[in-house]
Design a protein. Sequence first.
Length: 439
Amino acid sequence: MLEYHKNLEIFGDIEEVSMDNYKAYLGNVIYSQDKDTLVVKEKSYILVQDGIVQGIFKDLPEGFPQENIIDWGNNLIIPGFSDMHVHASQFLQRGMGMDKKLLDWLNTYTYPTEAKFQDKEHAKKIYGLFVDELVRQGTLHVNCFSSIHYEASEILFELLLERGLFAFTGKLNMDQNSPEFYLEDTESSLRSTEVFISNYRQKGNVQAAIVPRFTITCSEELLAGLGKLAQQYGTPVHSHMCEAISTIKASKELFPNYKNEAEVFYHNNLLGQTPTIMAHCIFMDDDVVQLMQNPNCMAVHCPDATANINAGGIMPVKKLLEMGINLAIGSDIGSGASLSIARGIASTIQHSKIRNMFDPQWEAVNLSEAFYMATRSGGRYFNKVGAFDKGYHFNALVIDDSNFPGENLTSLERLERFCYAGDDRNIVMRYIVGKELII
Ligand SMILES: [Zn+2]
C-alpha cells in the first residue's frame, strides 16, 4: 500500500489509504468552472475515492489496478443535472390544458390532479414513477413540490432518499383562493409543516423545505408563520414569484400594503433569510433584483413552462447572470412537459434569443451559461455537486452519442448536440456519490 502511495505522488496530496477505494473513470470530461468557462478534458481519468472526486488526470500511475479503471471510451462524462423547480404532484398532467391561462389552468387541471394525492397508494405509485423518470433523464439533484398532504409528502421524501438523490422537498401550503376540495386551514397548515420539517430536517442528502405555493394562495398569517418556522429550523424556502402578469396583478390586490410579491415574502422572512429558491422571476423591478442579489437566493428559469402557460414575458437570463443573481433551470412539470434538463438547456438558449429580438440590450445566453445554470449553479445549495472539482461528489452522467453520425467533432459540439437533439437514451450510466444508479 505504501509503495503504491508513492507511485501516486504525481496526483498531489492523495491520502495514504488502500487503493481499493479509488476508481478511475476514463472519458471526455466536461464541467463548468463558472458561467463563462467550460472545462474540457479529453480522454482523461476522473479519480474518485469513496464517491468523492480527487482530481482529473491525463495518465494513471504505473500499477494502478486495472479492475478499478472504468473505461467509457469516447463517451462524454458530465455532472448530473439539477432541476430546481418541479411539481412531483403534476407528473400526470404534463402536456395538458396548454391553451389555458395560468389561473384557469390551475383550477381546471392542477388542483384536481394534486388533490388525488390524499390517497397514499396513489402517491406511492405516481411519486415512484416521477422519481424513476428524474433518474432516467439524468436529474440527480432536485427541488420539488409535493401536494398539501402530509403523508404524500413523506412518501415523496422517502422515495428521493431511497434513490440516493440530493433533494429539497416539502409539503405545500395553501389556505386561501383555492377550491374547497384542495385547501387547508391556516392552523393545521402550519402545524403539519412544523411536524414535517422537524421530522425530515435532513436525512441522507434530502432536506425538508418550506413551500408556500405562491402569495395568492397564502394568507399573510400563514406566510408569517412559515417565515418563523424557516428561521427557527434554518429551513430552505421554495415558491413561485413574479411569474405571470395575471398572478402579479392578483397578488397586488391581495397584498395592497406591499409593492410586489418579493416584498411580501421578504417581510415575512421568506426571501433570503434562509436559502430561498424562487421559480420564474420574469418580471422584476430593480428593488426586487436587489433583494435577489442575496447569495442565499436563487431564481429558477423554467422556459418551457413560461411558454406553455403564456406568462406574458421571458426571464431576462443574461441580465440576471450579469447582475450576479444565482440562476438555475427548472422543468416545472406539469406546465413544463418534460423532465429533461438537457432540453431545458436548449430551451433557455432559444428563449433568450427570442427575448433578445425585443430587448437587444441583452445578448442571448450561450451553451456555457445555460450548462452552468443546469449543473454547477443549480446545485449550489446542495453539498458539493454539479461539477468535478476536488472534493465534489462524483454525481455524473455518461453520454453515448454514437447514434449520431459525425466525425472530428469537439467534445463541446457533442455536448451541444446532445442537449438539442439527444434524449435519455443517450445517457448510458448515472453515478451518484460514485454508485451506479440503475433505471
Ligand atoms: Zn411551478
